[in-house]
Write a protein that binds this ligand. Structure first.
Ligand code: SF4
Length: 375
C-alpha cells in the first residue's frame, strides 16, 4: 500500500504499542462509531503492537479473529465481529466447499489451540474489547469427525460461556447437528443461549445463540454425491428437531442453491446427480416452516478452484453444466471461484427459490444479509 502522502499519518517514534490512529482507512467503517476508549481496546486487541508500517490492518495472529467472510478487504462490510475456526480443513468433503480454495487438503487440529484460545480471551478481558457476535466456524465444520477425539469445539463453547459478556450472538454453523445434540453440547448451547451474564461479572449484553444447520438436499442420492462425508439428510433432520425441542433458535441453510436441468440440458450429461428439484426445495422450505426456523439462508453455488489440485470430476462437470446453461456466456471468475452469470443465476435459480419461500411464508435471506442481520 502506498502511504507516504496519506493525510493524518501519525509520526513514528520507535515502537508504538497501541496505534489507535493507524488503522488503515479501509477498515475505518468497522471502527468508527465506537467511543475513543472502545477504539483503543480494538486497536490493542487486533493491531500488531510492534509494526513500523504507517498504516495497519487487523493482521495480528489471533484464534479469535476479526471476521470478514467475503474477504473484500477494501470495504470490510461486516463490521466488528469475530470468527473462531476451530479446526483447519474439513473432512466432510463437500464438492462445492469454498474453503478448498485456501484451506489445507486434510483436516487437522490447530497447534496449541487451548493455550491460544485462553490467551485471546484473556486479552479481550484485559483490553476491555466491546462485545460482538462470534461465528463458529466459517472455514471448517466444528462438528466434523475430529471433534469426537479432539473436543476443541466443546472446549471453545465452555470458554465462550465463561466469557459470555464479551460476545453478543453466538453463531454455530454445522452440517452435523447430531453431534451438537449430545448432552454435553446441548447443555452448553442452552446455557450460551440464556446466559449473557457471568455471575459476579460485568453487566449482561444482548444476544443469544443461533444454530445454523446446512441442508441443501432432500434426496439422499443428491446428498451422497455433493456432501459425500457429511451426515445424511435424515440424520440432519433428526438433529434439527432435537435442537428445536431443546428451545434453541435454528436457521436452515439451504445453501448453496444449484442450477437445475432443463428440457435441453441435463445434469446427468456432465456426470452429475441433480442436486435440487423443485419438489426438493419445497420439502426443505416446509421443513424450515415445521421447525419454526428463524429464516432460511441461501447463496448460489460456486465452482471453487482448489488450492492444491486441478478441478476433479464433479467440479469440472458442474462448470461445464453451468457454461452450457448460460448458453456459452463466460462464467465470471472472482475470489477463486467460477459462478453462474448474475442474470441467469437470479432468474433461473434465486427467483424460483424465493417464490417457494413466499408461497410457504418462510423468511429467506441471502447469506450476506443473514450475516448483517446478526448482531
Ligand atoms: S462442511 Fe462446510 S467446511 Fe466442511 S467441507 Fe462442507 S462446506 Fe466445507
Amino acid at each position: 500500500m502506498k502511504t507516504s502522502c496519506q493525510p493524518g499519518l501519525p509520526a513514528l517514534a520507535g515502537v508504538i504499542s497501541t496505534p489507535i490512529n493507524r488503522i488503515a482507512p479501509q477498515y475505518r467503517p468497522a471502527w468508527d462509531g465506537f467511543s475513543p476508549a472502545a477504539q483503543q481496546a480494538l486497536a490493542s486487541y487486533y493491531l500488531p503492537h510492534r509494526s513500523r508500517q504507517p498504516w495497519l490492518g487487523p493482521t495480528r495472529p489471533r484464534l479469535i479473529k476479526w471476521y470478514c467472510p467475503f474477504a473484500d478487504q477494501a470495504h470490510f462490510p461486516s463490521g466488528h465481529r469475530y470468527c473462531i475456526n476451530v479446526y483447519t480443513g474439513c473432512a466432510h468433503g463437500c464438492r462445492y466447499c469454498y474453503a478448498t480454495g485456501y484451506g489445507p487438503e486434510v483436516a487437522g487440529c490447530k497447534k496449541d489451540f487451548p493455550r491460544l484460545l485462553a490467551a485471546d480471551l484473556a486479552d479481550l478481558e484485559q483490553f476491555d474489547v466491546p462485545p460482538a457476535p462470534v461465528h463458529i466456524s466459517n472455514s471448517t465444520d466444528p462438528f466434523q469427525p475430529l471433534e469426537l477425539a479432539a473436543r476443541h469445539t466443546l472446549m471453545t463453547l465452555e470458554a465462550l460461556l465463561a466469557h459470555r459478556h464479551r460476545f453478543t450472538t453466538v453463531v454455530i454453523l454445522t452440517r452435523n447437528p447430531l453431534l451438537a445434540i449430545r448432552p454435553e453440547y446441548l447443555r452448553l448451547l442452552q446455557s450460551l443461549n440464556c446466559s449473557a451474564r457471568v455471575p459476579g461479572g460485568p453487566a449482561a449484553v444482548p444476544g443469544g445463540i443461533q444454530v445454523e444447520v446446512s441442508l441443501a438436499f432432500w434426496r439422499e442420492a443428491a446428498r451422497t454425491f455433493w456432501d459425500p462425508h457429511a451426515p445424511s439428510v435424515q440424520e440432519r433432520i433428526e438433529g434439527l428437531r432435537v435442537l428445536r425441542n431443546a428451545g434453541l433458535p435454528v436457521i436452515l441453510r439451504i445453501d448453496p442453491l444449484f442450477p437445475r436441468s432443463d428440457a435441453r440440458i441435463r445434469a446427468g450429461k456432465f456426470g452429475l446427480v441433480e442436486a435440487q428439484s423443485a419438489e426438493d426445495l419445497e420439502q426443505l422450505v416446509l421443513l424450515a416452516r415445521e421447525l419454526q426456523a428463524v429464516r432460511v439462508v441461501y447463496s448460489t453455488v460456486k465452482i471453487v478452484k482448489p488450492r492444491y489440485r486441478p478441478l476433479d470430476g464433479p467440479r469440472l462437470g458442474l462448470k461445464h453444466f453451468c457454461e452450457e446453461l448460460a448458453a456459452g456466456e463466460k462464467l465470471p471468475f472472482r475470489g477463486g471461484s467460477w459462478r453462474l452469470p448474475g442474470q441467469y443465476a437470479q432468474a433461473a435459480v434465486v427467483e424460483p427459490f424465493l417464490e417457494v419461500c413466499d408461497r410457504f411464508t418462510m423468511p429467506a435471506a441471502f447469506c450476506m444479509a443473514n450475516l448483517l442481520a446478526t448482531h
